[in-house]
Design a protein around this ligand. Sequence first.
Ligand code: ZN
Length: 417
Amino acid sequence: MLTLSKYSIGVGDRFAHQARPQLEACVEATHAGVDVVPVWNKSFREHSIVGSQPPSARAAAEKAVLDLGWVRPWHTDADHIHLGNVDGFIDCSDFFTIDVAENIGGTVDAAEVGAFVYRHPELLQKLEIEGIDVPVHLTQSDLNHTVRKYLPAVHAAGRIYRHILSARRGRPFITEVSMDETDLPQTPPELLVILAALSDECIPAQTIAPKFTGRFNKGVDYVGDPVQFEQEFNADMAVVAHAVAAYDLPANLKLSVHSGSDKFSIYPAINRAMRRFGAGVHLKTAGTTWLEELIGLAESGPSGLALAKEVYEEAFAHREELCAPYASVVDIDPAKLPEPSMVSGWTGEQYASALRHDQTNPSYNLHLRQLLHVGYKVAAKMGTRYTNMLDEAAEAVSRNVKANLWERHIRRVFLGV
Ligand SMILES: [Zn+2]
């Protein structure tokens, strides 16, 4: 088995141009005394929108690793895959995020539910779990309901896991199971049942991505009650530690926080929980890097700025179409979006101030930021006109990509400062 390190950060590199500054952010972490392993993640959805193939993500990462002489682990994550689209990722990924959110609440044989409940009488006892104030106590009907709801998802994960296992022919890989792209959060007792079921299904999950309470919109801060999030996150960590021991799951099993970029208001809670439990976390980010490309372009000079403005103008014109695949993870108020005619008069500094995630800057506009977050299709359509500009503006772009990951993400989450 390939073992995922305690601290890891998922990074997304939509146009395969930023692996080096992303890795430099991890190098900064090493210098600061904490090892954070990079995992380059790209979903089938992103590849389809950009028009890229899975091996390109690994090639770009590998080049950065060689260029910087990175000797610590690194991985490439086939993000949010299922049986229908995993095959293109088999050879170029060593981390698979098995997405079974759509199987929650699916059909399941009553006999299988009964067999699970029979196998797990311990789940009906009052469980004193270290780190949770109130004991977990599922009633018979809670347990039946939870098993009926999640067993189809766990069975689907098993089918996908076994498919990958056989296709990899002995080459080791890391398994994540994700259930985050759904409307309702999973409670800590539900997480306990899910982990018991994953163990029964013989899935050696090293990360689990539940849906947490609150909204995790793309590229912007957490929307919800940070106090409630902290309670639930602590309880989830306690449940994971309990399940590792009780169900013989991989000892390094940890929580994975999806849409984890830019959730500045809950990073202190995540850091405190890691310290309290001596646990790790996988923080998954992706589009935050593409936004730094735009900021870098805007700061790089007139032609970069003109291209960044063109991306906004196109994204504004096609906002409904661009938002559709991300409907559950963006909240844009169209009335708060500046007119492209106004943006066209902006300086590079004005563009960067509106887009950069600095909540202390009064010009920061989270609606514009979310629109541009889902607007990478516009840049993808520009093809080499966009990527050539990235090369031309490489200095400004790299500086922003690295600083964002290191200063605003890795440092806050993993060092707590
Ligand atoms: Zn996700």
